[in-house]
Write a protein that binds this ligand. Sequence first.
Ligand SMILES: [Zn+2]
Length: 507
Amino acid sequence: MTAFFITTAIDYANGDPHLGHAFEKVGADCIARYRRLRGDEVWFLMGMDEHGQKVAQAAAAEGVTPQAFVDRIAGRFEAMWDRLSISRDQFIRTTSPAHQAGVQELIERIFARSPDDFYERSYSGMYCVGCEAFKQPAEIVDGKCELHPTRTLEMVSERNWFFRLSRYQEFLRRHIEAHPEFIQPESRRNEILGLLNQGLEDVSASRARLGWGVPFPRPTSDGQQQTTYVWFDALPNYWTATRLPGTRAVWPAQQHVVGKDITRFHCVIWPAMLEAAGLPLPGRVWAHGFVHLGGERFSKSAGVTLDLGEAIDRFGPDAFRYYLLREIPWDSDGNFSWERFEERYISELADGLGNLASRSLAMIQRYRDRVVPRTAADASLDAKGAEVTGLYAAAMDALDLRRGAELMGELVTAANLFIVQTAPWTLAKNGEREALDIALGALARCLARLAVLSGPLMPGKSAELWTLLGGPAGAQSMAWETAMSPAVDGWVVTKPEGLFPKPQADT
Ligand SMILES: [Zn+2]
């Protein structure tokens, strides 16, 4: 078995989960489920980033302790991931004592192995609480942070621990050049190489005034106890998770999944920290794009946002997952619109896969008393199924999730065409028994393939389809071998009540 340790970004605990969070988690879950299907020993890590001034301020505004505040937010995120069937193995929270101890240990490892990498420096500048960062003059517009025009910038002077990031410029460039797969997609890799060409500045590793965080393990020379800077607290979660009780994760991770806005942290600061600590680097960092809101409802009035719960309720969690994966490229930006969502749901799921399952299983029920016939020969549809399965594997291996979803659709279209061309009802009427068996057997094999291939995208509907087909119970039996060569002879099928019911006309 191949170990496959996959992580998502940990989410900042100052608000509720939104569409951007959901897109990342659904994509990563699709990858994790696909790797499990292929027989890998998968460990899927997610979690919450719970420290920082914004959290402390939000808690104070509500009159609760920061811990009570993040406990509640973490509960809401986990409930959302349950609802979307996100198959995480571990959910790390940066306020857990074990993570905090791990952060301190990582910093001590850097002190021990690379003693010059931390040094003290006095610093003063304009600090944005929204960004949790000092802002350069170019980032300040009309005296405000360009990203947070409603917040007041604060003039801050402090003596901090700094991390000598500049020292790792050549190391990072060599690593990225020697391992083209380290940063994907290509556009992000080029961005990081561009950044390295401009030269790296050292970064702050501790904060003097931030109370809500992990204590930096060493005081400054004037005896001040400081707090670990947010990124030195958050990034190590991927490593500290491998040391928590009950985990089976082994460092290094094979795959980090993050948003394109935080690639610099994951492709520059994080690998430099690991190298400084003498730890191996992750296999690859995948940076996905953003989901923009499009369509009529969002353009009618400015500031309308998407209610994640409403979007999931529209056609159910599986349809929502499918739509995101089918519509939005995993390597760049895309749009969510209610119109496209409904269009795809009706044409690809209700009239596509749902109708195919319904017609095929109804015919097996009517003509063969629910039992999938044994056949001596394959049909053209079997060749198409094998071809699509191969292409699907290639697409998913390359993390082209949208292409994987599209290929499923191609097989559905081919199967619906196959029904029209073979017209099993005519074969039944004319008593062409063997030809009818071949057609019905091919349709059952095609549905078994689709049940397996849809698993990473729509785990609930995939299991439902498998049960309707009369497949043996247990997820193990939906193994990849079924997609390669479905053995469905003698299975006893059930006609579906409506795998993907159509929406009512008035909505
Ligand atoms: Zn800001």
